[in-house]
Design a protein around this ligand. Structure first.
Ligand SMILES: Cc1ncc(COP(=O)(O)O)c(C=O)c1O
Length: 445
């Protein structure tokens, strides 16, 4: 299905609902559109006014397996008909342990055990708890530009102050920020690989100067920084960070909340780095839109917290676990990893062709179907061009394609299509994007 716009965007029915939203919902919840959904299928969303959009946001990386795949909705209905909740802390159920078995088996970690919780932030928070308990150390090291969530700890681990941290201090102590190997913004004379390794080496230098290893329980790294601007971590950097963690007894945590579940061409991006993490966090696309997250990790580390110290009332909800089992089956059945690679290649080649034509595009980068396009006012100074992004995104939406921004400098458009998107749909969206870029450039002349 291709976009079909039949009213102004947003249409009258969306705007009527928007008024209620303004009256009753807090302003702190953000929205990148005023559209209200009526239905969604595959890679499209139809709004309450009958407009159909191609969805490049995928619910912020949640809909990798497509909107409402039949196998998943069938599994959800079947589980809901049996029971919706007993609490795993009271009466157990099969979907919880079957999913744990599947995740442990599929993870790039040997001898793994699994903890279920509900959101991405909770997964990161629990990974840090587990690392603290295991090491007996109090600190956590994070990468500049990273995003890990909105709870007190994960907000403290997040770089961008506005909007995420503004007015919410004091923050958790002992969160140490390490340099990000952002190759596009490498201002040194080093080659990309040398620069990447130098960023990791800086961590080792810090461990022997401003920090000491017994202060650091874990390092948390996103393989592709998501909210920070879709910045893939260079392979030599990740390998070196792993080595340093091993050398100093620091737990090496990979946050795959946005990059996981086939998004980058493998079930987890980590598989492409030839490293074994100690702990891995996953969520978002795991249960196709139902709230579910997990920490998967080496048994010895995962067993550190005592009975009752992790989990929660809703953790590993049976309906969410049933959905996740169906998602993982679909990843295999429909070859979603290969689809991510193919779709990623198609989009990257279209985006790189645009970069050749328009000077305001400074960089196109990513892994698989997790791609960012960075906009700059000047290719030499790399001054961020946030204003143009808003125009491009809004013009694209008028033409029926939903794009999202990202970036610590708010100057990146991120591409996170559902992996079931067809080549025809992807090409259509790229045509829309290019015409929106041209319009935005002309409006600014
Ligand atoms: C890498 C990463 N970690 C953690 C989170 C937090 O997830 P949630 O919003 O489900 O708490 C996100 C959300 O975007 C994320 O991208």
């Amino acid at each position: 299905m291709l976009p079909n716009i039949v009213t102004s965007v947003p249409g009258p029915k969306s705007l009527e609902l928007w008024e209620k939203r303004e009256q009753y919902v807090v302003r702190g919840v953000s929205h990148s559109s005023k559209l209200f959904a009526q239905s969604a299928e595959g890679a499209t969303i139809t709004d309450v006014d009958g407009n159909t959009f191609l969805d490049f946001a995928a619910g912020i990386g949640v809909i990798n397996a497509g909107h409402s795949p039949k196998e998943v909705t069938d599994a959800i209905k079947a589980q809901a008909d049996r029971f919706i909740h007993t609490s795993i802390n009271v009466v157990l159920y099969d979907s919880y342990v079957k999913l744990a078995e599947k995740l442990a088996t599929l993870a790039p970690i040997s001898d793994a055990k699994v903890l279920f919780i509900n959101s991405g932030a909770e997964a990161v928070e629990n990974a840090v708890k587990i690392a603290k308990k295991y090491t007996g150390r109090s600190g956590v090291a994070i990468i500049d530009g990273s995003f890990h969530g909105r709870t007190l700890l994960t907000m403290s681990m997040t770089s961008k102050v506005k909007p995420y941290k503004d007015g919410f201090g004091p923050f958790t102590p002992d969160v140490f920020k390490l340099p990000c190997p952002n190759v596009y913004r490498n201002n040194t004379t080093l080659s990309a690989d040398e620069y990447a390794v130098s960023c990791a080496d800086e961590f080792e230098r810090m461990l022997n100067t401003t920090l000491s290893p017994d202060m650091v329980a874990c390092v948390v790294i996103e393989p592709v920084q998501g909210e920070g601007g879709f910045i893939p971590m260079p392979k030599p950097y990740v390998k070196r960070m792993r080595e340093i963690c091993t050398k100093y007894g620091i737990v090496f945590v990979i946050d795959e909340i946005q990059s996981g579940i086939a998004r980058t061409g493998t079930l987890y991006a980590t598989e492409q780095f030839d490293v074994e993490p100690d702990l891995l966090t996953t969520s978002k696309s795991l249960a196709a839109g139902l709230p579910l997250s997990a920490v998967i990790g080496k048994s010895e580390i995962m067993q550190a917290p005592g009975v009752g110290s992790v989990g929660g009332t809703f953790s590993g909800n049976p309906v969410a676990c049933a959905a996740a089992l169906a998602v993982l089956d679909n990843v295999e059945k429909y070859g979603l990893c290969a689809k991510a690679t193919e779709l990623g290649e198609l989009l990257t080649s279209r985006l790189k062709a645009m970069k050749e034509k328009y000077d305001i595009i400074g960089d196109v980068r990513g892994m698989g179907a997790m791609i960012g396009m960075e906009f700059v006012k000047d290719r030499t100074t790399k001054e961020p061009y946030k204003e143009i992004i808003d125009k491009v995104i809004s013009a694209s939406m008028q033409k029926g394609v939903i794009f999202l921004s990202a970036g610590i400098l708010s100057n990146v458009i991120r591409f996170l299509p559902p992996l079931v998107m067809t080549a025809e749909q992807a090409n259509y969206a790229m045509d829309v994007l290019e015409s929106a870029i041209k319009e935005a450039i002309n409006a600014n002349l």
